[in-house]
Each structure stands twice: as structure tokens, then as C-alpha cells.
Write a protein that binds this ligand. Structure first.
Ligand code: IPD
Length: 268
């Protein structure tokens, strides 16, 4: 059975509650794909409504906790020691295109340390949870990062910058090096699930630039509690606010950082 602290229980209940209307919205989107206007407005309101449900539910049971949420930004709480970090729909582009790979991500910080995490894909009903010191789970199955030690056998996930984002040349340099060094590079489109898949041993590693704390808060704890290493791309452990991240097991993590450093040098 997954270990659920009282706080984690509350987070799971909030994610499940917010997930139900999101599944209905996702069904609606199939019809909207063919309209000229496209589903952008619809998705924005789904995003906002999901965040509102999460904030309301979590505030009801944990009044006073602060928030950092994608749509609303920072909400200061009376209790300065606790903060929920929320992405209502991580993988918004997938959601908008009817691709069932997106997640509600919630991380809880206590005294600046991530202590509880939920990453929930409501369509597949994959519920990833982690509690500091008590392991990471997919539904009720305990997770462990993959044990592969050679980059040549590793499948590594990443994120690619799109129109309007910077870092295209850097990404091309990184891909050139990673494609040549690994068994495959994947771009699935939801950073929280990329990290959850590293925790589950599905991906051997993950790196990305240009991320926000809400994209990674839940996933960072999942990987750490599954026995993996997470850092920023300079190897510092404070990966939450850095905007760039690398995650893998303890053998592949330094190898990934070295390869990516090589890519940075090649891109100078
Ligand atoms: C995005 C996803 C995506 C990553 C982007 C993020 P959002 O989050 O995590 O995988 O490549 O950088 O912004 O916007 O869908 O919450």
C-alpha cells in the first residue's frame, strides 16, 4: 500500500476531485479539435477552474498554508512554513490536442523542503505519490528508478522549446550529443510525468531547460524517493527554482551532466 501521510491524503483527494471535471473537459476537446477557433479559450478556462478547485480544497483542510500556482502565482498564507506548489494541467499542449498525457501536479514544501508530492493523470488514472522518507508509489506499487548503468542502454526524456521560447540552438546541440550517446531520446510533453516516469524506471533520465517550479515540484520528490538523483544542470541540488533540471539514477546522473556540459561547450 502507498504510504499516505495526512497531508498527502488531502492532496490526493484534491487532485481526484479536480480530475473529474478535467476528464469531462478532455472528452469535450475531441469535438473542439475541428473548429476553426480552436480550443485555446476552453483550455484556459479548464486550467483556471482546475486550479481553483485545488486551491479551494487544499485551503479548506489546510487553512493558512501558502500557494505557488501556475495561474494565480504566489498566495501568501498565515503559516509561513508550508506552501503548496501547483500545476493544474502540466502538459497543456497535449491536453489541448486531445493527447491523454497530462497531469495535475502538487508538491508540498515544509520549511522550504519538499515533503509530499502528487502527480495525477486523470485520464489514465495513474496516481504517483511520494512522502519524504517513505518512498514513491504508482497507485499502490512502490517505485524504484531504473538500474541501468550505461548511457548506451538508456532512454532519456527531455523537453523541446517551441515557438517563442529561447534555447533552440542549445537544444539542438544537446540532442546531437544525447542522440549519439543513448538508446533513445523522448519528448512526451509533461515535465511532471517525465520525472514520474524516471521514478518508475520507465525513463532512465530526464533533462530540460526553461521550467517553472510548478512543472517539477511534485516530480522532484518522486524521483528522490524512488532512489534517484535530481539537480539543476550545474549539479546543484536546488533544482526547484533553477529553471533547468537533470534526473537519473546515481550512476547515469553525472554522465548526463557531463554530456550536457559538452553540448554547452559545443554551442559556445
Ligand atoms: C510544460 C510541460 C512541458 C515542458 C514545458 C512546460 P505546462 O508545462 O511540462 O513538458 O516542456 O516547458 O512549460 O505549460 O503544460 O504546464
Amino acid at each position: 500500500m502507498a504510504y499516505l501521510s495526512p497531508a498527502l491524503n488531502v492532496m490526493v483527494a484534491a487532485a481526484r476531485k479536480a480530475g473529474r471535471p478535467l476528464i469531462r473537459d478532455f472528452g469535450e476537446l475531441e469535438n473542439l479539435q475541428i473548429s476553426q477557433k480552436g480550443p485555446a479559450d476552453f483550455v484556459t478556462s479548464a486550467d483556471k477552474r482546475t486550479e481553483q478547485i485545488l486551491v479551494e480544497e487544499l485551503t479548506r483542510v489546510r487553512p493558512g498554508y501558502g500557494f505557488l500556482a501556475e495561474e494565480t502565482g504566489a498566495i501568501e498564507g498565515k503559516d509561513r512554513t508550508h506552501r503548496f506548489i501547483i500545476d493544474p494541467i502540466d502538459g497543456t499542449t497535449n491536453f489541448m490536442h486531445g493527447i491523454p498525457h497530462f497531469a495535475i501536479s502538487i508538491g508540498l514544501e515544509r520549511e522550504g523542503q519538499l515533503v509530499s508530492a502528487v502527480v495525477f493523470n486523470p485520464v489514465t488514472d495513474d496516481l504517483f505519490t511520494a512522502e519524504k522518507g517513505h518512498g514513491a508509489y504508482l497507485n499502490n506499487k512502490r517505485l524504484r528508478v531504473a538500474a541501468r548503468k550505461n548511457m548506451g542502454e538508456a532512454v532519456i526524456a527531455t523537453g523541446l522549446p517551441f515557438m517563442g521560447k529561447d534555447g533552440h540552438a542549445r537544444t539542438q546541440a544537446e540532442l546531437k550529443i544525447m542522440m549519439a550517446a543513448t538508446a533513445g531520446v523522448r519528448r512526451f510533453g509533461a515535465a511532471s510525468l517525465d520525472l514520474a516516469y524516471v521514478a518508475a524506471g520507465r525513463f532512465d533520465g530526464f533533462w530540460e531547460h526553461g521550467l517553472s517550479p510548478w512543472d517539477v515540484a511534485g516530480g522532484i520528490l518522486l524521483v528522490r524517493e524512488a532512489g534517484g538523483m535530481v539537480s539543476d544542470l550545474d549539479g546543484r541540488t536546488a533544482a526547484l527554482e533553477a529553471g533547468h533540471i537533470a534526473a537519473a539514477n546515481e550512476v547515469l546522473h553525472p554522465q548526463m551532466l557531463k554530456l550536457l556540459k559538452g553540448a554547452a561547450a559545443a554551442n559556445q
